[in-house]
Design a protein around this ligand. Sequence first.
Ligand code: ATP
Ligand code: MG
Length: 304
Amino acid sequence: MNYRKGIRMSAAMVHDKLGLGIDLGTANLLVFLEKKGIIFNEPAVIAFDRESGKIVAAGEDAHRMLGKVHSKIAVIKPLKNGVISDMRAAKALLTYVLGKIENLTEKDLSKTTCVICCPSEVTKIERDVMADLAAKMKITDVFIEEEIKSGALGAGVDIFKSKGGVMVVDIGGGTTDVGIISFGDIVLSRTIRKAGSFMDDEISKYVKKTQSVEIGELTAEKMKIELGDLHVDAKNVVNRYAGRDMVKGIPKWVMLSTQEVQTVLTPVFDEIVKLITGVLKDTPPPELSADIYKHGILLTGGCA
Ligand SMILES: Nc1ncnc2c1ncn2[C@@H]1O[C@H](COP(=O)(O)OP(=O)(O)OP(=O)(O)O)[C@@H](O)[C@H]1O
Ligand SMILES: [Mg+2]
């Protein structure tokens, strides 16, 4: 599969082509179309009718269905740990989103220059899968670019002109990406496949272990968002959530506190800190380290 990588994105956006940006994340799908702006910013989830194969819902509507539908409907997240794990679902989701744009034909798509984001440490095969997805959408001019670069650009850093090194930490749904960008390209980067979804799983496991209650993935995410606070002096809030008693099989309330969520999340963030210090230690030119020390770290992603 042919695609471009590591070229100056801005220079490649030629005027007779329409720019299309796709951030197909583990948790969220963001689609940007030049002249229209952001046309989709919703969960990367799609629901199919198993029998007819028809799309029942996508984005926010499909996300609400997670863990709640009967066996005739399949609710799918096309990405796992930052990479496409279900090509059919990924294509259906993108087709659905692009299909919502008025007057955008397949021919128009073939005339776009498309940038698709990916984690910085993906294998060639995983990149190829992303490019294949674009090809299936009839998009031929494709860049597969690291999302930390896009994150920096989105935060207003002109990575091509900025003279110093910029450290970006992207804590998303499936991956945590840490990288140092200098003069438009990544000097050093590392990815771990642990981020928001992993934190949700850890919370679920904790509730199961301590209270023998099973909770759904939406509830675990809610617990993380509502109670996740890593400050030493975090106010200890206790909230009530619904789950299912694992012994009796009936619904049951669980009480969970900020402190407990902190206990669960601290080891995950310790690992992220270790990742950051590892990248800092391995950054070769001391001048780059000095830049980062002076300018700080750019934090991005939903869990940042
Ligand atoms: N206020 C919040 N507090 C804590 N976590 C949050 C908050 N808001 C969103 N999140 C989490 O952020 C994650 C999604 O982040 P993001 O949209 O950056 O992921 P993504 O780009 O889809 O994933 P990836 O880049 O890893 O493939 C989810 O796990 C979500 O629960
Ligand atoms: Mg992301």
